[in-house]
Design a protein around this ligand. Sequence first.
Ligand code: NA7
Length: 515
Amino acid sequence: MLHKLRGIGMEAVALEKGDGVGGTWYWNRYPGARCDVESPYYSYSFDADLEQEWEWTERYPAQPELLRYLNHVADRFDLRKDISFETTAVSAIFDEVSDVWTVTTVGPEGGQVTRARYCVMATGCLSSARMPDIPGLESFEGNLLHTGMWPHEEVDFTGQRVGVIGTGSSGIQAIPVIASQAENLQVFQRTPNFSVPAFNGPIDQEWVKGIKADYPALRERSRHTTMGIPYQRRDQSAMEVSAEERQRIFEHHWPKGGFRISSCFNDLIRNKESNDALATFVRGKIDEMVDDPKIAELLKPQDHPITAKRICVDTDYYATYNRDNVDLVDVKSDPIQEITARGIQTAGKHFELDTIVVATGFDAMTGAMLRMDIRGRGGASLREHWDAGARTYLGLAVAGFPNMFTIAGPGSPSVLSNMVTSIEQHVEWIAEHLSYLAERGCASSEANTVAEDEWVEHVRELSEKTLFPSANSWYLGANVPGKPRVFMPYVGGVGTYRAHCEDIAARDYEGFLIK
Ligand code: NA7
């Protein structure tokens, strides 16, 4: 966004809490942290030289490589000079008379104020890490680590008794690596998730050569897909083929790794029968990978449709339970009662631990923005506006909050997609909108309430046609006690969403009040 704003001749400053760039890849440094989208696709497309010159080493990039890439981008485009690091925004207040935002921050120099006509919230969807509400957490005398706020120093688990709470994507990535170091690992699982192997490895140079030769076309294709990844989705229902053929197709896609399995039919998230077929197939794979049938049973999700929670992409996750030093604790049947000074107390047992790794996720999509006191027209607060659930127009703007735009906001497809494809689209759309305002000498743009209401309704209606809302996922705030249960992402796909945003722009930003 910063680079793009400079490109359209605007003066811009970025405020960043961390002491370096990288966002998700700056904070989530836990062992095994890795992107679930393949590296040549999970990369910026805005600069042809950058995409040609950067060389990825692994098919799925690990956190250190992604952080190197993002640092390279920051240096290459000389971005640091306009980034204020270690600067946490605590409030953003809009002044209606001057059409200017005032952002108050705290940083190394104490409290400061930044004034700007436009305020772009690039605060992240999974950036507000949540500690679980378990009594006694603060009394633990060992090492307590959250995957989303991992220390910058290397953590060595050698010789340690470790407990991991949480088996979402973060837990599933960290568990095999911790297990390979620790003396003993207890995994505290409340709800199992569907995970598929990445089949990661060193990147295939021939594959990369092909991609680089065809990058513009591949990027363009990605922009019009559902997920923002140029996979070819089979345009057929899983129920249109015989059971044998279905099995053959699942088996064919499985070794391709990761999300490719969800592209093998076109109705897996819409048709319960099709979804059940894939879920049964993956449960069968869990049986094949886990030696102990009782453990395998516990690891098989039964409570939600497959892909209704973002599917986890792993390396050796299920096989980790075949190790002698790893135990699975089913905290659904034996709930955690408290954290003690020396470990974790469940209803039935006390587990002595040196380190507890908390992989319990985030206050997703709204958490980072609502931590700030954001006030729009008439001093109205965003916390109040979103009291019954996040409301946006296009996932890009909020009624009553003029000149504020959101990147990857609720109401956009970002969290269901390749984040980079989505983020670039938001950045381009916002930049074009700001250019439009500048060209016309306008000082203010605000989503109108009717447009916002209609968009919120549209997002809801689309989600109801799928199996997404039937899972207790962070997509609808189900992981945060007291958070309104509203399904937040736009499920219509990256391509349809893009077309819609372009159409709104072509119609002189219909739904925006511009003056
Ligand atoms: P997730 O996907 O929200 O997973 C959090 C996990 O932590 C999940 O298994 C939860 O079980 C578990 N959890 C949360 N609170 C507790 C308590 N109190 N006791 C036991 N277990 C608990 O977060 P991640 O960081 O793994 O992944 C987030 C996204 O990042 C992911 O979707 C990818 O897109 C990247 P529950 O399901 O609530 O029973």
